[in-house]
Write a protein that binds this ligand. Structure first.
Ligand code: INI
Length: 156
C-alpha cells in the first residue's frame, strides 16, 4: 500500500458555484431535499451566493435544464432534486427512465459532476422516509456525492 497513489476529494465546498435544479412536483418532499442539500453545502464552506436554485415543473424537465446549465460552463457542480412517486399507470416508469437517462448523459457529455437526488418511490411514505426522516435525506447524500466528485475531478 505504501507505493500506491490514492486520489480522493476533500469535502470542502469553499468558493464553488453550484446549481441546484429542483422539481416543483411533490414539492412538499422536494423542498426538504433542497433544504438538506443547501444546509450540507453551507456546513461544508459554501456561501449562499455560490448557490443558484432553479425550479422546473417535474422530474421529466430536470435533464434539459441541467444540460443547459452544464453547457454554459458556469457551475462546478449541478444537483438534480426531485421525487417521482408511483401512481396507477405506467407514467412513473417513463418519467423515471427519461430523467435518469437524461441526467446521466448530461454528466458524461459535459464532464460536470451531477448529484442525482431524484427519489423514485412506490409510496409517499417511502418518499417521506428519504426526505429527512427514517432513511436520512437523499438531498444531503446527493450534495455530498456531487461535492466529492467535483473535488476528485480537479485532482485527476
Ligand atoms: N413529475 C415528478 O417530478 N414526480 C412525479 O411523481 C410525477 N408523476 O407522478 O407524474 C411527475 N410527473 C410530471 C412530469 O415530470 C412532467 O413534469 C410532466 O409530464 C410535464 O412534462
Amino acid at each position: 500500500m505504501n507505493d500506491m497513489t490514492t486520489i480522493s476529494g476533500k469535502l470542502d465546498a469553499t468558493g464553488l458555484k453550484i446549481a441546484i435544479v429542483a422539481a416543483r412536483f411533490n414539492d412538499f418532499i422536494v423542498n426538504r431535499l433542497v433544504d438538506g442539500a443547501v444546509d450540507y453545502l453551507e456546513r461544508h464552506g459554501l456561501e449562499r451566493a455560490g448557490i443558484t436554485l432553479v425550479r422546473v415543473p417535474g422530474a421529466f424537465e430536470l435533464p434539459l435544464i441541467c444540460q443547459k446549465l452544464a453547457d454554459g460552463g458556469k457551475y462546478d457542480g449541478i444537483l438534480a432534486l426531485g421525487a417521482v412517486i408511483r401512481g396507477a399507470t405506467p407514467h412513473f416508469d417513463y418519467v423515471c427512465a427519461e430523467a435518469v437517462k437524461g441526467l446521466a448523459n448530461t454528466m458524461l457529455k459535459h464532464n460536470v459532476p451531477l448529484g442525482f437526488g431524484l427519489l423514485t418511490c412506490d409510496t409517499i411514505e417511502q418518499a417521506i422516509e428519504r426526505a429527512g426522516s427514517k432513511a436520512g435525506n437523499k438531498g444531503v447524500e446527493a450534495a455530498a456525492a456531487m461535492l466529492e466528485t467535483v473535488r476528485v475531478l480537479e485532482l485527476i
